[in-house]
Design a protein around this ligand. Structure first.
Ligand code: ADP
Ligand code: MG
Length: 447
């Protein structure tokens, strides 16, 4: 395409950008950052090019937030490479709803554009929580209140919570939604106490239409925050405002949670997400690949689905890995490559290791029970193997500190960080520990 009149996007000031230029930028990003690529990049509209800045319209606040946090650099680099000039790409959005989603800090819109209902695959493992989420999104405050979704790490809780928020916003742009992690709630509560700003804190939480708190099990043992949350809950509930919570276990199993909260969490619907079965894993892999504009053959998908049966996060990790290795392989992703990526031949360093494997190997090695490592015991004979699990999980998996802590007995991220450092230090100073870790690592990468 030449830079004829029709191919230029016009802005009010008349500055335009050649669409074929934009195509080139987009292609450059897609080929250089495959894991970043999203199908909806097609909906991005370059709306102006002036003073060295290419302004790009996103369609939704969630897209805007994704682009601002993850795409600024790659797009700017691509734009510079394509134009040969020192330009920058800036993302904007005209469709910011009047209400919207709030959380703490400076990020105005914490939602992930991928976490919508359209991208959620259903199966026997998640039919109930999915149906309940849809019902709540259609009739907030009426269908189930509260909605409490629980299940293990990486099974889609956050995805469903965010899908509800996005659906509600789609239907009602001025809905006031507060979506945040339990950690943020605790932190905000603490700083409100410190600064003596409790009124403002209360007002903020009690005037919303919908309160969504992810990973509510972090309230465990937080007496004062629980007390405050109890009142927030009551106020919203009495005003028929929707409350949605997620946790890694049902309400009654959250340690040190006040009885009156347990009973309230059970008032509405408690729905569990289980691990996806084989068929669901196949469907999820197809879906995830498609979202990234990637085509995977059936034999590759079936192989991955067979190989990884832990959770969806790890399935996604596998896709990222395949995509990365596919690039080195001239874009070809076949069964052979998949086997190499997931460790069916002798390329151990490229293998995907699951947190379950770590737990299995460490429990066997130290002759302890998995329940102990995932429980509360603090005796050294348990605590040390647990720290080693955390160390290995940090090194070999894609889980965050929070998630690792949660998996190993509901501990917070500072505990995990401490464990990672302690083991790291021990390896340097203690030959015995170093040798144990070496044995464990060799079992992990060769299993
Ligand atoms: P959790 O909050 O339960 O730890 P997430 O919601 O963060 O898990 O899910 C982990 C990843 O797996 C996310 O990328 C999410 O999109 C994906 N995922 C989980 N369940 C599904 C599903 N049923 N369909 C599609 N993607 C899923
Ligand atoms: Mg989550």
């Amino acid at each position: 395409m030449s830079s004829g009149r029709e191919t230029k996007m016009r802005t009010p000031e008349g500055a335009g950008i050649d669409l074929s230029l934009w195509e080139k930028i987009l292609n450059a990003v897609r080929s250089q950052h495959p894991s970043l690529n999203r199908l909806w990049f097609d909906q991005l509209v370059p709306c102006s090019f002036s003073n060295g800045v290419i302004q790009v319209q996103t369609q939704t606040p969630a897209q805007l937030s994704f682009c601002q946090t993850q795409c600024q650099q790659p797009f700017t680099q691509a734009a510079q490479a394509v134009t040969g000039r020192l330009v920058a790409v800036r993302f904007v959005c005209d469709n910011i709803p009047a209400g919207g989603v709030f959380n703490e800090g400076d990020q105005p819109h914490p939602l992930n554009p991928d976490y919508v209902f359209e991208n959620f695959v259903t199966g026997p493992c998640n039919r109930l929580p999915h149906a309940a989420s849809l019902a709540v999104a259609e009739q907030p405050g009426k269908a189930y209140n509260p909605l409490f979704i629980h299940g293990g790490v990486g099974l889609g809780k956050t995805h469903l919570l965010q899908a509800i928020c996005q659906k509600v916003l789609e239907r009602q742009g001025d809905a006031r939604i507060l979506y945040l992690s339990c950690d943020s709630f605790i932190n905000q509560f603490m700083s409100a106490i410190e600064s003596g700003d409790m009124n403002q804190f209360r007002y903020r939480y009690r005037q919303v239409d919908m309160l969504v708190i992810d990973d509510i099990h972090f309230l465990a043992g937080r007496d004062r925050t629980q007390e405050e949350f109890f009142h927030t809950f009551n106020t919203l509930y009495q005003n028929h405002k929707q409350i949605i919570l997620s946790a890694d276990c049902p309400p009654s199993e959250i340690p040190e949670l006040e009885e009156r909260l347990v009973s309230r969490f059970n008032w509405g619907l408690v729905a569990r997400i289980d691990k996806p079965c084989y068929e669901t894993r196949v469907a999820i892999l197809h879906k995830k690949a498609r979202i990234r504009g990637l085509h995977l053959n059936d034999d590759v998908v079936c192989y991955v689905a067979q190989k990884i049966d832990t959770n969806t996060r790890e399935l996604e990790g596998a896709i990222t890995k395949l995509q990365g290795m596919g690039m080195l392989n001239g874009g070809k992703i076949d069964l052979e490559l998949a086997k190499a990526a997931l460790g069916d031949n002798d390329t151990p360093e490229q293998k995907l290791i699951t947190i379950q494997q770590i737990l299995d190997i460490v429990t066997k090695f130290y002759n302890v029970r998995p329940a102990d490592l995932q429980g509360k015991k603090r005796h050294k004979s348990i605590a040390f193997p647990r720290q080693i699990c955390m160390f290995l999980a940090r090194k070999y998996t894609r889980y965050s500190l929070e998630e690792i802590g949660r998996y190993f007995g509901g501990r917070d991220h500072t505990t995990v960080l401490h464990a990672v450092r302690t083991v790291g230090d021990n390896i340097k100073t203690d030959k015995e520990v170093a040798s144990q870790i070496a044995q464990l690592e060799s079992q992990l990468t060769n299993s």
